[in-house]
Write a protein that binds this ligand. Structure first.
Ligand code: MN
Length: 185
């Protein structure tokens, strides 16, 4: 089906901790849903530009509704007519550990959560901080995993299947060509 698949292996989190997942989602607009397991649900933020490994870059993270933990595995196509209709891929996943305090809910309530990600694309220390207008920023801390390269450009594919969004659409029988002005990657 696709030649890229063999480069990727199914992988489970390799470190203890809570689950995190980043789902690349082409709804009305392309965005990356960043989700952290907190008290049995996935706290979620939509990143219009995705995460950046560059500590100088602050990425807008708009809070969106909690999702059930089981949704972390979802890769496929949300049907036309449903909210968020379009392809979804598991762009990165793994575990995270909070850095300051074990009480992630309290940190989020206070508007600042520092944490370490153990993913395949995203690793090392990060912070989510709330801004005055109730949006959040996702920022990479300086460490050995910081980089100037654009990880969303360099690593566009699913970590579970090796597919692009266009291939996920095609696999489910959807037209993966450009629809209107959309370009699926
Ligand atoms: Mn989404």
């Amino acid at each position: 089906m696709n030649e890229h698949k063999s480069q990727f292996k199914q992988s489970l989190p390799d470190k203890p901790g809570l689950l995190f997942v980043v789902q690349k989602h082409q709804g009305r607009n392309l965005h990356y849903d960043f989700r952290l397991e907190v008290n049995g649900v996935l706290k979620s933020w939509a990143l219009p530009k995705g995460p950046s490994l560059d500590p100088a870059v602050k990425r807008l993270a708009v809070p969106v509704e909690d999702h059930p933990v089981e949704y972390a595995d979802f890769e496929g196509v949300i049907s036309a007519g449903q909210y968020g209709a379009g392809p979804v891929m598991v762009w990165d996943h793994g575990t995270y550990t909070p850095e300051d305090s074990a009480d992630v809910s309290a940190s989020l309530e206070n508007g600042e959560l520092k944490f370490v990600l153990y993913g395949q694309k995203l690793r090392g220390s990060w912070v989510l901080v709330r801004t005055r207008n109730d949006n959040w920023l996702l920022i990479k801390h300086r460490d050995v995993y910081a980089a100037r390269e654009d990880v969303t450009e360099l690593e566009p594919r699913s970590v579970v299947s090796g597919r692009l969004l266009s291939e996920i659409l095609a696999d489910e029988g959807h037209d993966a060509k450009v629809k209107g002005s959309r370009q699926y990657t």
